[in-house]
Design a protein around this ligand. Structure first.
Ligand SMILES: Nc1ncnc2c1ncn2[C@@H]1O[C@H](COP(=O)(O)OP(=O)(O)OP(=O)(O)O)[C@@H](O)[C@H]1O
Ligand SMILES: [Mg+2]
Length: 335
């Protein structure tokens, strides 16, 4: 087994609303990402993907609060570390996060090179502007971006170029782990492919050691990541290799997610098109038992009355369901 770059054990975090209500958006999530590997996180809107990303960087600001669990980055336990220390010694260098819609949040009044100066000088205040320019130029060229981009304002860049610039800036301090939150959503197909290519190159060329890729589109992850974790209502419901998660999902929700693809990706043309009826539960007051029970066509009384734990099939594969693998396969065969 290779070195584990990120280990998260039973992480639980919540939002406390201004009315004092708790929203457990990340509920006892455990995961591991090894060096050289990428993990995809999929699930419907509101299931807690972005909250998990923020939570596993240890960067907590109200209304988001750490509740319990462990976060270990490259052997260093950062659980409970104060946000200032996290910003100083973790963000950008150990782990970098490209937030959802980051490309639209770039400061429009600053040229790209000035954005990079801000990032570098926050960590290495003694670096001169000349050194930063040199470094940025080399890095952009290595990543296949023209150096002229450095002298442009964000508004002068196309959507695809803007997103690739955001990615290049986020890895400027050579973080070990990169978390990309919906990096290709809202881009046209060509730009989307270029962004995905760039992320794959970052891994293959060793700029980053591990990657987490978040999207609600499971088939997109198949082309990018080694493993896939499926989230539902704040919980992990399945984790498997990308191939198994897409072509042989076990949890009824993963199965439904796979079947609800609207635009099948290359190689996934035979997938049945269906939608999952119903909506996820409210995270303010999630039901006991299986959170997917209300929408599950295989539901049994036990799903609602018992505490549904994860089942481990092997080191790489787990799912949360009362049914055994054999029972699920039989049910799917009879569909
Ligand atoms: N600032 C906040 N205060 C209170 N609740 C929040 C806050 N941000 C998110 N939530 C709630 O936490 C849950 C998880 O939200 P999150 O943004 O992590 O989902 P997501 O899976 O990333 O969704 P999407 O696919 O739409 O990006 C949702 O139910 C959401 O309503
Ligand atoms: Mg999100």
């Amino acid at each position: 087994m290779s070195k584990v770059m990120l280990e998260v054990n039973e992480l639980t975090t919540k939002y406390i609303t201004r009315f004092g209500e708790d929203i457990y958006a990340v509920d006892h999530v455990s995961l591991k990402v090894e060096e050289g590997k990428s993990l995809g996180i999929a699930g419907e809107s509101g299931c807690g993907k972005s909250t998990l990303a923020l939570s596993l960087m240890g960067y907590y600001f109200p209304p988001l609060h750490y509740t319990s669990g462990e976060i270990i980055i490259d052997g260093r336990n950062i659980s409970g570390m104060n946000p200032d220390d996290v910003r100083r010694s973790i963000l950008g260098t150990e782990i970098a996060y490209i937030p959802q819609a980051a490309m639209n949040a770039l400061n429009p009044t600053q040229k790209v090179i000035h954005l990079i100066e801000d990032v570098i000088q926050a960590h290495q205040p003694k670096t001169t502007k000349k050194e930063i320019y040199q470094m940025a130029r080399e890095r952009f060229e290595l990543l296949g971006l023209p150096a002229e981009v450095l002298q442009k304002y964000p508004v002068e860049l196309s959507g695809g170029m803007k997103q690739r610039t955001v990615i290049a800036i986020s890895v400027i301090l050579t973080p070990k782990i990169l978390i990309a939150d919906e990096p290709s959503s809202a881009l046209d197909v060509t730009s989307q492919k270029m962004v995905i290519r760039m992320l794959r190159d970052l891994m293959e060329d060793g700029f980053i050691k591990s990657m987490i890729f978040i999207t609600h589109e499971l088939p997109l992850l198949y082309n990018v990541t080694d493993d896939i974790m499926v989230m539902y209502a704040g919980q992990m419901v399945e984790k498997a290799s990308a191939h198994e998660a897409v072509f042989d999902p076990l949890h009824p929700y993963s199965k439904g997610l796979m079947g609800s693809i609207i635009v099948p990706e290359e190689g996934l043309r035979d997938v049945k098109l269906t939608a999952i009826p119903g909506v996820p539960p409210n995270l303010k007051n999630p039901p006991f038992g299986c959170r997917f029970a209300e929408r599950c066509k295989y539901v049994q009384p036990e799903c609602i009355t018992s505490n549904v734990e994860m089942r481990q099939i092997n080191d790489d594969r787990t799912y949360r369901c009362i049914f055994t693998e054999k029972e699920l396969r039989k049910a799917y065969k009879n569909d």
